[in-house]
Design a protein around this ligand. Sequence first.
Ligand code: GRF
Length: 210
Amino acid sequence: MTLRIGVLASGRGTNLQAILDAAAGGLLPAQVVVVISDRAEAPALGIAKARNVPAFFIDPRGLDRATFELQLADCLDRHRVDLVCLAGFMRVVGKVMLERFESRILNIHPSLLPAFPGLDAQRQAWEHGVKITGCTVHFVDRGVDTGPIILQRAVPVLDEDTPDTLAARILKAEHLAYPEAIRLFAEGRLVREGRRVRVLPPEACRERNL
Ligand code: GRF
């Protein structure tokens, strides 16, 4: 069965692109069926349209969070989305979305969580002087970048790095990590045990007929 993905993005959309590429290349048993942005001018919308993926702007101005999320959730449901992927979506996800898509919302963050949550994580890591940082794909919960971790990729910080060169290196790791995490989800290999997420070996899923 092909997993139906809805992507929420506020910006340039390189992670969206990586997910689309992985799906088109047959690396994911999944398909992006809708892209939604809270910013009319987000390049992510153009990327989706160029691939003939339905793309929508939902204007958050003047709406409280619950009303905005109701519109988001209804649009995702209309497209029969199984999994929601946040890819540079610059909003905290609230109760409406979390209840409608319980355990079915993923996010990617450009640091090794729980270090450097929130905005500008790459610069935070660079300023702190860590030698290794990276990216994290996690389930979304009520907090900011606090949900159960699915997978992480480490990236070295080099002496000559600037926040920008470091962010570019992390971004390359993100483009591998996000499709990989989605593949594990699509294959039914993620088992949540409280905060911990166990990744089942592929054989286990074949045995369970997934
Ligand atoms: C990425 O660094 C992601 O980790 C963070 O927002 C950025 C989105 O970039 N959550 P893009 O729009 O996917 O290029």
